[in-house]
Design a protein around this ligand. Structure first.
Ligand SMILES: O=C(O)CCC(=O)C(=O)O
Length: 255
């Protein structure tokens, strides 16, 4: 259970960072399956134009260890506590940044895509991002504007991120909006050892820069959505926007 102070911080900032939330053993077990996953040739594995693996989506479909982890009590109970009810998983992916790679993400709110492309009615969804590698200032950490979720949905531009193939558009926030938000709230880029998590609201503006280090940067994203807020009009493949709407229950053997 999160403490009342942690819940208050999430509500205020749209972001809550919990260092070493999962153990190194748990992360080690997940990472052991990553080389097999990124080498696979299937539609869920997104590549850059240069051939780098950028993301592995719908991990539960082809990885037993990631499937088990999706039922981890800490994931499910934390998401339920912050969203105030039962949840299913809308998206479950690793974003992989290769050493000295080119992958980056422009400023955006995830709810932009969830609403416009998937038909999610309300921003009653969040991401629990889990650091599978240590995240430093050098390997392309995710930067957030704390408190930006309180501005609601901000108009955005639908753009295809440069260098990514087999992907859809991203709802990019324009420069003027980012200037105003950052002047008001600042920017943070939480670093942390493997097993740390950054939980963020679907409306929290975030972006990330390329990995300039000689180390990999893998972050696992578990996107939880309220059962009552299930998507209505998906336009993206089901491995990007899940349609099974299975209510998740914690399984102690996943811990
Ligand atoms: O992992 C990253 O660098 C950012 C990913 C991201 O912003 C997203 O998937 O919406």
């Amino acid at each position: 259970m999160l403490t009342p102070q942690q819940v208050e911080q999430y509500e205020r900032d749209g972001l809550l960072v919990l260092p070493s939330f999962f153990s190194l053993e748990e992360i080690g077990a997940l990472m052991a399956d990553v080389p097999r996953i990124v080498a696979m040739d299937r539609p869920e594995i997104a590549k850059s134009a240069a051939g780098e693996t950028c993301a592995a989506l719908a991990l539960h479909r082809y990885s037993a260890v990631f499937d088990r982890f999706m039922h981890h009590p800490l994931l499910i109970e934390t998401a339920r506590q912050l969203l105030g009810g039962d949840i299913y998983c809308h998206q479950y992916k690793i974003v992989c940044k290769d050493p000295m790679g080119s992958l980056d993400f422009p400023w955006h709110q995830d709810f932009g895509n969830w609403h416009d492309l998937d038909g999610m009615p309300e921003p009653k969804a969040l991401n629990i991002s889990i650091y599978l590698d240590e995240v430093t200032e050098f390997n392309g950490p995710v930067a957030f504007i704390p408190g930006s979720h309180r501005h609601g949905r901000i108009p955005s531009l639908a753009e295809t991120p440069a260098g990514l193939v087999n992907t859809t558009t991203l709802a990019r926030l324009n420069r003027g909006v980012i200037e105003e938000l950052v002047n008001e709230h600042g920017i943070v880029a939480p670093k942390g050892p493997r097993g740390s998590v950054a939980i963020f609201h679907g409306l929290t503006a975030h972006a990330s820069t390329p990995n300039i280090s000689p180390w990999t940067r893998h972050i696992l994203y578990f996107t939880a959505n309220r059962m009552t807020n299930a998507i209505r009009k998906p336009t993206r493949p089901d491995y990007v926007a899940h349609r099974d709407f299975v209510q998740l229950e914690p399984e102690t053997e996943a811990a």
